[in-house]
Ligand binder design. Structure first.
Ligand SMILES: NC(=O)c1ccc[n+]([C@@H]2O[C@H](COP(=O)([O-])OP(=O)(O)OC[C@H]3O[C@@H](n4cnc5c(N)ncnc54)[C@H](OP(=O)(O)O)[C@@H]3O)[C@@H](O)[C@H]2O)c1
Length: 233
C-alpha cells in the first residue's frame, strides 16, 4: 500500500504545524504551503515538502503537489473588526482565504484523489455562532462549513470524503494577538479560557489528533467534529 500524501495549508505554524508533526509521526508524507519563508524552512527540516504560496489564490497549487491523498485546509487569518470598522477588502480577503480557497482546493484535489481520500477544513465554532468583532471571520468559517457539506454530498459517489473540524480557542500566534491596543495578553487568554466549560484553552495537538482521526475514519464524511472544551454547550 502506498504512503498517504497530505497537503497541509498553513502547516508551518500553530495548529497546522501540530497537524504536520502528527501526520509525519504517523509515517505519512506531508507537504506544506504558506507565505513566510522562516516557518517553512523550519518545517522542511522536519521532513515536509514546502512551497511558498499565498492562498488567497489557489490556481495551480494542487498540481504542484499531486498526487495528493488528503488535503487539510488550515491556513487562516483572524480578522477582528467591530461594525464601523468593516472594510470591503478585509471581508474579501477573509472569504477568499477561508471559503473560496476551500471550494477551489477541494475541486482540484477531487480530480486526482484516490478512493478513500479525505479533505478536511479547519473551521471554528465561530462558523456556527458568531461573536462581536468577528463578522468576516465567522461568515468565512460558516461558508467553509457549508462548502464542506456540499462537497461531502457531491464527492461521496466517487468514494471521496469531506469533513470539518471546529476548534474552540487554542493558544497560538493568532490568539496571542492583542484584541485591543495595549491589551494584557495573559489576561486576554485567561478570559477566553474561562469561556470553556473544561476551564482551559485547547492545545494545537488536540486539534491535530482530531484531524488525523477524520483522515483515517473511512466511514465518516460530512462530519463537523467539534473540539472545543465544551465551548459550544
Ligand atoms: N487558534 C484558535 O483558537 C483557532 C480556533 C478555531 C479555528 N482556528 C483556525 O485554525 C487555523 C490555524 O490557525 P492558528 O491558530 O494555528 O494560527 P496561525 O499560527 O496564525 O496559523 C495560520 C497559518 O495560516 C497561514 N496563512 C495565513 N494567511 C495565509 C495566506 N494568505 N496564504 C497562505 N498561508 C496563510 C499562516 O502562515 P503565513 O503567515 O506564513 O502565510 C499560518 O501558518 C486557522 O484556519 C484558524 O482560523 C484557530
Amino acid at each position: 500500500m502506498s504512503i498517504p500524501h497530505v497537503l497541509v495549508t498553513g502547516g508551518a505554524t500553530g495548529i497546522g504545524l501540530a497537524i504536520t508533526q502528527h501526520l509525519l509521526s504517523k509515517g505519512m508524507r506531508v507537504s506544506v504551503c504558506s507565505r513566510r519563508p522562516e516557518p517553512l524552512a523550519a518545517v522542511a527540516e522536519l521532513g515536509a515538502q514546502v512551497l511558498r504560496w499565498d492562498l488567497t489564490q489557489t490556481d495551480g497549487l494542487v498540481k504542484e503537489f499531486a498526487p495528493l491523498t488528503h488535503l487539510v485546509h488550515c491556513a487562516g487569518n483572524d480578522n477582528n473588526a467591530p461594525i464601523g470598522s468593516w472594510h470591503r477588502s478585509a471581508f474579501q480577503d477573509t472569504l477568499a482565504l477561508h471559503a473560496v480557497a476551500t471550494a477551489m482546493l477541494m475541486q482540484d484535489w477531487a480530480t486526482q484523489a484516490p478512493l478513500g481520500g479525505c479533505f478536511v477544513g479547519v473551521a471554528s465554532t465561530l462558523g456556527r455562532r458568531s461573536a462581536p468583532g468577528k463578522a468576516a471571520y465567522a461568515a468565512a468559517k460558516a461558508a467553509m462549513l457549508s462548502i464542506c457539506q456540499s462537497g461531502a454530498m457531491e464527492l461521496a459517489p466517487q468514494g471521496l470524503r469531506v469533513n470539518a473540524v471546529l476548534p474552540g480557542v487554542v493558544e497560538t500566534e493568532m490568539t496571542r494577538k492583542p484584541r485591543s491596543p495595549g491589551a494584557d495578553i495573559d489576561a486576554q487568554l485567561a478570559a477566553l479560557a474561562a469561556l470553556h466549560p473544561l476551564g482551559r484553552l485547547g492545545s494545537t495537538s488536540e486539534v491535530a489528533v482530531a484531524v488525523a482521526y477524520l483522515l483515517e475514519a473511512q466511514w465518516t464524511t460530512g462530519a463537523e467534529l467539534v473540539v472545543d472544551g465544551g465551548l459550544s454547550l
